[in-house]
Write a protein that binds this ligand. Structure first.
Ligand SMILES: NC(=O)c1ccc[n+]([C@@H]2O[C@H](COP(=O)([O-])OP(=O)(O)OC[C@H]3O[C@@H](n4cnc5c(N)ncnc54)[C@H](O)[C@@H]3O)[C@@H](O)[C@H]2O)c1
Length: 264
């Protein structure tokens, strides 16, 4: 068997949350290019519809969308049920949806005494509860079928202190990393693998699109060993690896894609 065929997702089904833009959209592209049937979901219906329209020419298999707020576990259960009804089985699920908690203690408004508890709970509801809901919903049919891969979009902000990220964000991503390890160990005997991607800065709409500003890009040149902010397509290689049989001996891993930032 050719090693390249390990990455082939032809005839398999993938689900991506937060797929209407940014990293989720790039992951969705990778799934389509590998031949998967794809269910894209997002809380933003119009943006999701536009994203699906844009990707339609790339699809070799089925492609459709389900509007889902990952902070509502019942909606996540319904998303997984819909994917199962349409495709019979789910091979890969990306728990990718997430939001920023604003800027960190590098600016005064990001310091501890300014942490707003309503915002804290909103970030945790999406970034942590949303991942738990997705893991839980995806694990059930995968366990029953004794096959599946779950991939969580975490962050290098969950690996260590991060002056530029808000408190709720770093806490949610650190919690997600151990959620991934915990689920990976439980699900390994069922042949269900769970891994996380920990991105560094990627030019997406997160945090009001700050990472797309030229002055932020300039500052990152000194912070990132590779000297630049990533393009969203630079998540695709690892996403494809973790979603496919090419990563058959990997589970419980939290893997940085960060231009070397976490190596400092
Ligand atoms: N961009 C970066 O630099 C970076 C770095 C590390 C980690 N991440 C993580 O990557 C993931 C994707 O972020 P992004 O940078 O692509 O941002 P983005 O804002 O471009 O995309 C996030 C998507 O998630 C959707 N979303 C928001 N709340 C949702 C909810 N409650 N339910 C379902 N969908 C929801 C949004 O509508 C949007 O389409 C997040 O988990 C984020 O924390 C991003």
């Amino acid at each position: 068997m050719s090693a390249l065929s390990l990455f082939d997702l032809g005839g398999q089904t993938a689900v991506v949350t937060g797929a209407a833009s940014g990293l989720g959209l790039a992951i969705a592209e990778a799934m389509l290019d590998a031949g998967a049937n794809l269910v894209m979901s997002d809380v933003d219906g119009p943006q999701l519809a536009a994203a699906i329209e844009g990707l339609r020419p790339r699809a070799r298999g089925a492609l459709h969308g389900v509007v889902t707020d990952v902070a509502d576990a019942a909606q996540v259960d319904a998303l997984i049920d819909t994917a199962l009804q349409r495709h019979g089985a789910i091979d890969a699920v990306f728990a990718n949806a997430g939001i920023s908690a604003g800027r960190g203690f590098a600016v005064e408004t990001g310091q501890l005494e300014h942490v707003d508890l309503a915002a804290w709970h909103r970030v945790l509801a999406i970034n942590l509860d949303g991942v738990l809901a997705t893991l839980r919903a995806a694990a059930k049919p995968m366990k029953a079928r004794r096959s599946g891969r779950i991939v969580v979009t975490s962050s290098i902000a969950g690996l260590r202190a991060e002056a530029m990220s808000g408190y709720a964000y770093v806490a949610s991503k650190a919690a997600v990393n151990n959620l991934v390890r915990q689920a990976a160990v439980e699900l390994a005997p069922h042949n269900v693998r769970v891994n996380a991607i920990a991105p560094g800065p990627f030019a997406t709409g997160i945090n009001g699109g700050r990472l797309r500003l030229p002055e932020v890009a300039e500052r990152m040149k000194t912070y990132i060993p590779l000297g630049r902010i990533a393009d969203t397509t630079e998540i695709q290689g690892l996403a494809l690896l973790l979603a496919s049989h090419a990563s058959s001996y990997m589970t419980g891993a939290v893997i940085p894609v960060d231009g070397g930032a976490s190596a400092r």
